[in-house]
Design a protein around this ligand. Sequence first.
Ligand SMILES: NC(=O)c1ccc[n+]([C@@H]2O[C@H](COP(=O)([O-])OP(=O)(O)OC[C@H]3O[C@@H](n4cnc5c(N)ncnc54)[C@H](O)[C@@H]3O)[C@@H](O)[C@H]2O)c1
Length: 263
Amino acid sequence: MEFAGKVALVTGGANGIGAGLARRLAAGGASVVVADVDDERGAAVADEVGGAYTRCDVRDPAASAAAVELAVSRFGGLDLAVLNAGIGTGFGLGDDFDPGRYRDVMGINLDGVVYGVHAALPALRERGGRIVATASMAGLMPMPMDPLYGANKAAVVGLVRGLGPLLAAEGVTVNAVCPSFADTGIISGFRDTLESAGMPVLGVDDVVDAFVSVLRSGQPGECWFVQAGRPSAPFRFPNPPGPRTASGERVTLRHDALTNEES
Ligand SMILES: NC(=O)c1ccc[n+]([C@@H]2O[C@H](COP(=O)([O-])OP(=O)(O)OC[C@H]3O[C@@H](n4cnc5c(N)ncnc54)[C@H](O)[C@@H]3O)[C@@H](O)[C@H]2O)c1
């Protein structure tokens, strides 16, 4: 019972990766709050795992705050916030651009993580906890199929990397999980394209395994890739050009200082 006594909040927990993770956490002994806008599926998953469901549109900061409050009032605190709710974009920046849908996708995929972190921090600081955001391989690689999705997932990666050392100083470990294509509703519009290109599709359990690995050994700010046929691991962001001093010496940015010492 690896997660016995732990309390977890899973946004986007009604379906796909979030539902798989809710089941795995509950099977390991955690109390789980499932937060989603799909009330029917969300309530069913919560019932199945003996947890609680709350309607939570992650575009609304007050909804994230209420979801955390439910975890605290029902289960006595919060140890883990999985900020996983997300959608595909389905349009580009040409004639198909739609500003309303653009705000929606940024609101869910990026603002939802920002609001979730903000809402969860006070409760997580109380007992030392973890935040795991679901980013994507699209946050590590160019995503010509859906550049706006790539943009908000890259933003989640940047957020997690920046918050890593900052929150570690407060006893909270933050990570991102960056899956390649996985077998959920989000790929239903292009599953055939992936299959005909010979692109392997991950099972939900593969992604859930990666979350569990991150919960076991993720270090602050790490962003773990999840790819078919190889073990998940932190992506190392090799050899970035800066920051460096004028003489070329690398500078490490920490939460409290600029230094040329290794962090
Ligand atoms: N499946 C993939 O190929 C893949 C790859 C990389 C990353 N991801 C990411 O994984 C996460 C989970 O997606 P999934 O693949 O399980 O898809 P999914 O569609 O099965 O699940 C997404 C969940 O988010 C919920 N959701 C949508 N809008 C919401 C909102 N405004 N507020 C709260 N919840 C909302 C949905 O109702 C659904 O339950 C997403 O962040 C997605 O971007 C998925």
